[in-house]
Design a protein around this ligand. Structure first.
Ligand code: RNT
Ligand code: ZN
Length: 417
């Protein structure tokens, strides 16, 4: 028996004593798929116009060496990251990540421009999710895309949106996993608008036009992502939370909650149980806002733990698609992926290792003292030993060993770019 397994057996006994079956928890963890975002690997540049400016009110800061410059490099970096993350997952692409020799614009993209991604995903056993790119383009005019008062601008982006649906459908059909196509539209204003209503009406109508054609939900489903503010859109975002709550519920779309898109003290974990009662399902962008929507790498903080608990305690996992969204250009990008993804998985493991039924019972009995004492005590339980065992049985490095591999990849590959 390996050292890791010995420790696991000891941990298992401790959890058994409070009525938790660790083997069962690991089984459940294996079923949790994370949609790992491609854009951590190159600071959201993409391959359509990599020298262009990142617009849309988001920003990647830093110039750590080794960013991927081509689809090939990005795939190599992703393979490295996935080899250090236990389980089988998905990759989340953005429309700007075309892989083609053709010069092609956002309103011209077709499935064939993404064929190498599909081939690669099939080889790797990954599913593919998708996102239209409503930013970093000259047609992002006066901070507007789909909500623009200019019909030519709107039409350009409507065409783009429609095309992304066909690409997501192609991903779903080819790979046998529903491809979630997530719509985030940055439109907004820096200062107080007079008319908040009309741009929202235009956004609603443009989205309706994009979604008019019915596609098979087996292959693709759409999500809509709200936001409170962005750089240059501090006063007003057309696609606010209320906007997309209404839109998603009336149009049967998934509602995407990004952890960085709300007031600083407002947590998405608190919203999940309400949305689950009304919507058709949800998507998450697990991210970490530091003072603003800064898209920092996901760490094991209170909100991450709470997101895991909410989804597990309320049995919401079947209704949710879990994606990541961060981009830190000041650190090794592969390490960023691995830390963010492993942390997200660990948060679920923590939740699976909780005696939830017992705690719910105590709560119903108004025994709030026991509820507090047990949940506090649980924080010191050896979940790390269970996690390490999960890594071992899934054939990925345990503990800091994964970082050695990233270091040597940095030396041999990234620093040579
Ligand atoms: C921006 C949104 C959006 C983007 C990605 C790149 O605030 O969170 O999800 O980060 O589409
Ligand atoms: Zn997001």
């Amino acid at each position: 028996m390996s050292k890791v397994e010995q420790r696991y057996q000891a941990a298992k006994e401790r959890y058994e004593a409070i009525g938790v079956d660790t083997d069962h928890a690991l089984e459940k963890l294996k079923g949790v798929k994370i949609s790992v975002h491609c854009w951590q690997g190159d600071d959201v540049k993409g391959f359509m116009n990599p020298d262009g400016e990142l617009t849309g009110g988001i920003m990647a800061t830093g110039n750590y060496p080794g960013a991927a410059r081509t689809p090939k490099e990005l795939r190599a970096d992703l393979e490295k990251a996935f080899s250090l993350i236990p389980g089988k997952h998905k990759l989340n692409l953005h429309a700007i990540y075309v892989d083609t020799d053709e010069k092609v614009d956002l309103n011209e993209i077709e499935p064939k421009h993404f064929a190498p991604w599909v081939e690669w995903a099939r080889e790797q056993g990954l599913g593919l999710d998708f996102n239209p790119t409503f930013f970093s383009h000259p047609m992002f005019k006066d901070n507007y895309t789909l909500a623009s008062p200019d019909k030519e601008v709107r039409d350009f982006w409507v065409e783009h949106g429609k095309r992304t649906r066909k690409i997501a459908e192609y991903f779903g059909r080819e790979l046998g996993q529903t491809s979630i196509n997530n719509f985030w539209v940055p439109d907004g204003m820096k200062d107080n608008p007079i008319d908040r209503f009309t741009p929202r009406k235009r956004l609603m109508e443009a989205l309706d036009e994009i979604f008019a054609e019915k596609l098979d939900e087996k292959y693709t489903r759409e999500a809509v992502e709200s936001k409170l503010f962005g750089l240059g859109a501090e006063a007003y975002t057309v696609g606010s939370h209320e906007f997309y709550m209404g839109y998603g519920i009336t149009r049967g779309k998934l509602i995407c909650l990004d952890a960085g898109h709300f007031h600083p003290t407002e947590m998405i974990s608190g919203k999940l149980s309400s949305l689950a009662l009304f919507g058709k399902g949800m998507m998450l962008h697990v991210s970490r806002p530091v003072r603003w929507d800064s898209d920092h790498v996901v760490l094991m903080d209170d909100e991450l733990v709470e997101i895991g608990r909410e989804l597990v305690r309320n049995d919401l996992l079947p209704h949710i698609h879990i994606g990541l969204d961060f981009f830190d250009a000041t650190i090794n990008r592969v390490a960023a992926w691995v830390v963010g993804t492993r942390n997200t998985q660990k948060a679920f493991l923590k939740a699976f290792l909780e005696p939830t039924a017992e705690l719910k019972k105590l709560e119903l009995e108004n025994d709030f003292t026991s509820r507090m004492v047990i949940t506090e005590e649980l924080k010191d339980f050896p979940y790390g030993d269970v996690w390490n065992y999960f890594c071992e049985i899934n054939g990925v490095p345990v503990g800091l060993d994964w970082f050695k591999e990233v270091k040597s990849y940095e030396k041999n590959v990234l620093l040579k770019r």
